[in-house]
Design a protein around this ligand. Structure first.
Ligand SMILES: [Zn+2]
Length: 433
């Protein structure tokens, strides 16, 4: 996902010299106390964090809305730790995302997310604290801001980077390719030294907040084991951004020795707080299987799996969306519409079912309602496919200027499909002369 530093990015940098020169200065790292070349100032960090937080959440499955108490709990643990960070005045926030893949990330300025898939893999509250404190350091020590390569930093202001929102064939190809999204902070890959730094200071914050820092050792041991075993696939995103290693285990053991003995592990409390999520886990497993079945073109099986998941948890929007996605594949349009209606009724704060229904309505030539859905999805996540479909609807209505505007926006939204968009624009020019 990274954009390599190249001549064209260099040209872009020169063009943005005024923008950047304001940001480059020599300063002391707030966490390590080391002198470093700082690319960014705190206002920039805050601004970038604010700008990308909600889009990044959408790209990661959306907020976990079915159980707001879970997010409140995670947030309370995070805020407790953030008090002990060196820049405790940063606008820290913590959110749980509706994604089975175990992962966590931090944006500049202290915006931190953890997937429900990681929460179910942790043993106690101290391990949760270890994850959150580690991410806090990435924000606090400006890792999230500074590890951005020049190219991707430019992209924040200028170019649109592409993140594919699906890890399976659950989304059809057009949707998968078309879903682009501006920003790539969730995919940050940190260097070895920054990982060690995040562990070290994270354990200090944990200890200061009353947690047993040994949890960072046990957690790292678990990750090293998982990275060797069969489960490494599921953890691939987490391990790509935060590679586990025996040397991190050893370093964390050393740090734990140097810190105050003891502290809270909060095992029973954690299990109580996770009970509802654990109860729902079998339903999410079925839903994940259904997504895989769609990828394998086993649509009838996918519908059965989604229906089983719905029986277990009738309030989870995602399960209806999965069912609807499979029904679309079987050309059962009116059933699919009903499923997507239910998905959106249960959660209208996640772009994916809204976009999916917009595309289906477009295909059914219900242009007015398709437009409403596509626009609503864009408010949540700026996807290329939504702009393209809006352009096509404008063309159907002979609104040349609107079509032109939407295709331009589509071309800006993602580097993909540039050729076909240029063709659309040329054809439009010829037609609307
Ligand atoms: Zn990390």
């Amino acid at each position: 996902m990274y954009k390599r530093f190249s001549l064209s990015t260099l040209a872009a940098i020169v063009l943005n010299a005024t923008f950047l020169s304001a940001l480059i200065s020599c300063s002391v790292n707030p966490v390590t106390g080391k002198q470093e070349l700082a690319w960014v100032d705190e206002n920039w960090e805050r601004k970038i964090g604010e700008q990308h937080y909600s889009h990044q959440q959408q790209a990661g499955g959306g907020p976990y809305t079915i159980d707001p108490d879970l997010t409140l709990y995670v947030r309370s643990v995070g805020k407790k730790l953030a008090q002990y960070s060196k820049r405790s005045h940063l606008p820290y926030d913590f959110i749980v995302l509706n994604d089975s893949r175990p992962n966590a990330w931090a944006l500049p300025g202290g915006k931190i997310a953890i997937n429900r898939g990681l929460l179910v893999s942790l043993k106690d509250e101290a391990e949760l604290a270890a994850v959150l404190a580690h991410e806090i350091v990435h924000a606090d020590a400006r890792h999230s801001a500074q590890s951005q390569e020049l190219g991707s930093m430019i992209s924040v202001g200028q170019l649109a980077a592409t993140v594919l929102l699906s890890n399976s064939g659950y989304n059809n190809k057009a949707l998968q390719q078309g879903i682009a999204y501006t920003g790539l902070y969730g995919q940050t890959r940190y260097s070895r030294s920054r990982e060690l730094e995040a562990d070290l200071y994270g354990m200090q914050y944990m200890s200061a907040a009353g947690y047993n820092p040994e949890a960072a050792v046990s957690l790292q041991k678990t990750f090293v084991e998982l990275s060797k075993g069969r489960q490494s696939d599921a953890f691939s995103a987490l391990f790509a951004s935060h590679p586990p290693s025996q040397s991190r285990v050893a370093a964390n053991e050393q740090t734990a020795w140097s810190l105050k003995r003891g502290g809270d592990r909060g095992k029973i409390r954690y299990q109580q707080e996770m009970k509802k999520l654990m109860d729902r886990k079998p339903a999410y497993d079925l839903s994940d299987k259904a997504k895989k079945a769609i990828g394998d073109k086993k649509y009838a099986e996918a519908i059965k799996l989604a229906e089983k998941a719905i029986k277990m948890e009738p309030k989870e929007s995602e399960f209806y969306e999965v069912k609807g996605a499979a029904q679309i594949k079987l050309n059962r349009s009116s059933d699919a519409l009903k499923s997507l209606d239910q998905a959106i009724a249960l959660n209208n704060q996640y772009y994916s079912p809204i976009l999916r229904r917009g595309i289906l309505r477009y295909e059914l030539r219900s242009y007015e309602s398709a437009e409403r859905d596509l626009q609503a999805s864009l408010l949540l996540a700026p996807t290329q496919i939504a702009y393209i479909k809006l352009g096509e609807i404008a063309e159907e209505k002979d609104l040349c200027a609107d079509a032109n505007k939407y295709y331009q926006l589509a071309a800006k939204a993602s580097p993909q499909n540039q050729q076909s968009l240029q063709q659309k624009l040329l054809a439009l020019q010829a037609r609307c002369r």
